[in-house]
Structure formats: structure tokens, C-alpha cells
Write a protein that binds this ligand. Sequence first.
Ligand code: SF4
Ligand code: SF4
Length: 286
Amino acid sequence: MKVAIASGKGGTGKTTLATNLASYMAETESVVLADLDVEEPNSGLFVQGDLFHQETKYKMIPEWNSKTCSHSGNCQAVCNFNAILSLPDSVMVFPELCHGCYACSELCPTNSLPMRPKPMGELKHFQAGDLDFIESRLMIGEEQAVPLIKQTLDYIAAGFPVDVVKILDSPPGTSCPVIEATKDADLVILVTEPTPFGLHDLKIAVETVRQLGKEFTVVLNRFGIGDDGVIRYCEDEGIDLIACIPNSRAIAEIYAAGRLIYPEVPDVKRAVETIADFILRNRKGR
Ligand code: SF4
Ligand code: SF4
């Protein structure tokens, strides 16, 4: 059971929900929490544990062999990502732009572009009771989040049975990294806030998950500020809005101190319980 926590924009409370939900569910279930926001993972501010495993993750990029190159220009022509430049006397590879698709390497007529591993990030696996917390972090200067997200999901798939609940804290937005993080999820929970910006970005996120054919639901964070636009939108579109997390100074203070909120705020605990029930009912229905 894979549950992706996503949002159309950053700062809506996605990580707050992911960490509180995973920690709450781990009181009675085996749960994996994965921070897939690899450019800026911050679930670890709220969830600690003992380091169980750590590994460097690599991506494959081509390395030019000047001795065998016939300067055909083929590599530049086949690269869809402008990651390789064929000049009259040399070939330049731009590792930050390379998606490691192997096209240039496979189609080079003189085998002058063998693929070589290049470190792109670190994966860390922590354990705290029944909660396994996995965090991947891109190295500074690395721009491709997708390969690291994919490898993190592969690590989870290889290490945990299918019936374990996996909470995937996805990157914000609706671009390639969030598609990679949500495309295999059984359920996507879209976190939004009751403001015109929240509604605008929620609509884009809804369009995205509908195109992916995903089952999804909405959680409204900071309930009490703004307006009722999100609630009316969900009613009009027939979208389940399963929980509202209230806006309060107490929540903000607990968050700022890096603590979990549900143990201290009954309204948040009720919201998290409702979401957990929804997930478990969904799992049983499969
Ligand atoms: S495809 Fe191969 S032979 Fe042609 S320019 Fe690129 S590296 Fe050289
Ligand atoms: S591996 Fe793919 S993305 Fe990278 S330079 Fe070659 S063709 Fe471009």
C-alpha cells in the first residue's frame, strides 16, 4: 500500500502531514516513511531513529573517448535533453542535464561514449520502532531529482513487503519529480490550504493525478484562514475532502520546535486518525 502525500505547491503542510501520519500509524502498523523531496528533504527534522543503512546513489553518464571518436555528431542529434555537444574537435557532456538514457552511448558508431557511474546523492535508512524512515538527498549541484527518487522507490520495493504501508512525502509541484514519486502510488493525498493560491495549485494537482489515473483525496491544512473556495471546489468536482487540520498558533509553535503535532493537539490527532482509517479501509478494499 503506497500512499503519496503531494501538493500543487510547497509550504502547504505536506511534510507535517506525512511525518505525523506515519508516526501515528506506526503505533499499530509497520510503516515506511520515505522523504522523496530529494532536493530539500526535511522529514528528518521531525522523525528520528537509529541509522540502519546508508549508501551513495549513482547515475550513469557518458564519458567521451577522444581517441576513438569519429566526430559523426550522432550523439548530439539523439540527445533529447541537450546534454551533449558535438564540436568539430571535441565532444562535451553536461552531467547536470544528462538523464542517463544511454541513447548517445548505444548509438555511437565507434563506441566512444561508455557509460560511467557518477555519485548523485545519499540514501539513509533509519529505524524507530515500527517506523522505517528513508531519506534521500541530492548532492549539491545535482539537478536531476528523478533518478534518485526512482532508486529510492526501488530500495523500498526491494526491502519491504507489499502490504506494509508506505507513506511517500513527495516533492511539491506537478513536474517530473512529483510524477515519479506518485505514479505507482495506490492513493494520492493532496494537501492544500484554504486560500486562492492553494485552490489554484490544487486544481493543477488534481488535473495531474487525474491524468495519471490515480485514486486521490484532499486534506485541507490551516483550516480557518482564507475562504471556502477549496471546499466548494471539492463539492463541485465530487472530490473527497477527508480531513481538515486547523490553523493555530500552538501548532505553529510545535512545528517550529521540530516536534510531532498529533501527540499534543487533539484536533490534529483526530484528523490524522481519520486519514489513517481511510488508508486502512482502502487497503482492505484491495
Ligand atoms: S556519436 Fe560517437 S563518434 Fe559520433 S561524435 Fe559522438 S562520440 Fe564521436
Ligand atoms: S545518456 Fe541520454 S541524456 Fe545523457 S547525454 Fe546521452 S543521450 Fe543525452
